[in-house]
Design a protein around this ligand. Structure first.
Ligand code: HEC
Length: 198
């Protein structure tokens, strides 16, 4: 009983720590002044340009739509094929299509993002932020929707006639289902995973 009460007390104190920590962290930001001559506050426009992360629910997705057919054309015209190969399997860059079909267990079909991602929104987000390599940020939202549709289609995740948009993309069921590394909720004093080096 006693130890139970003590544990509760500690929990309360732990919950109070973040406030002073947050205040300490805020001081350097407030103190950022011409005195040191380092750094500038980002403008609202710079922040908007950097704020492009798309989460699993897709609530941050911009409006737009794309088809598998348009994606197939863009895959060639935007140079994707030059690095990833005409069929997505034979380029110098990572494969975008699995060589083995659905008869092979998912985890044995290779590290293929448009097949193994836990959420289809991740494929959209990756292409939007990182591709085409060296020309990142040049694709329109519609183009990213189309390329995502194309890559999901060549991996058998969606049919050829499916159009994807802001609403339908987050609803696509990826083959991994709910089996993606479900980590337990972390609580204070949770032991490290077995064999974790630190
Ligand atoms: C200049 C070469 C180049 C071009 C052009 C290019 N890519 Fe890539 N792509 C890469 C490389 C290299 C990686 C791996 C990057 C890494 O792992 O850090 C990659 C990674 C990817 C991935 C993630 C693969 C994975 O399994 O992690 C996707 C999806 C992708 N590219 C899609 C595209 C699309 C769509 C286009 C066309 C709009 C495109 N790429 C154009 C070189 C290229």
């Amino acid at each position: 009983m006693g130890s139970h009460r003590r544990a509760k007390g500690l929990g309360l104190r732990a919950a109070l720590i973040p406030l002073p920590v947050a205040l300490i962290c805020a001081v350097p930001a407030l103190a950022q002044s011409p005195k040191y001559g380092i750094g500038t506050s980002p403008s609202a426009e710079q922040l908007r340009a950097a704020d492009i992360s798309i989460g699993p629910t897709g609530s941050e997705l911009p409006p737009g739509r794309g088809t598998v057919k348009e994606g197939a054309q863009l895959y060639r015209s935007k140079g994707c094929a030059g690095c990833h190969g005409a069929t997505g399997m034979e380029g110098r860059a990572p494969a975008l299509k699995a060589k083995a079909g659905p008869e092979t267990e998912l985890w044995r079909r290779g590290r293929i993002l448009p097949l193994r991602a836990p959420h289809a929104t991740i494929v959209w987000d990756y292409i939007n932020r990182a591709m085409p390599l060296n020309r990142e940020g040049t694709l329109t939202a519609d183009e990213v929707y189309s390329l995502t549709a194309f890559l999901l289609n060549i991996n058998g995740v969606i049919p050829e006639d499916q159009t994807i948009d802001q609403q339908s993309l987050p609803k696509i069921k990826m083959p991994i289902g709910d089996n993606y590394a479900g980590l337990p909720d972390w609580k204070p004093k949770t032991p490290r995973l077995k064999g974790y080096p630190y």
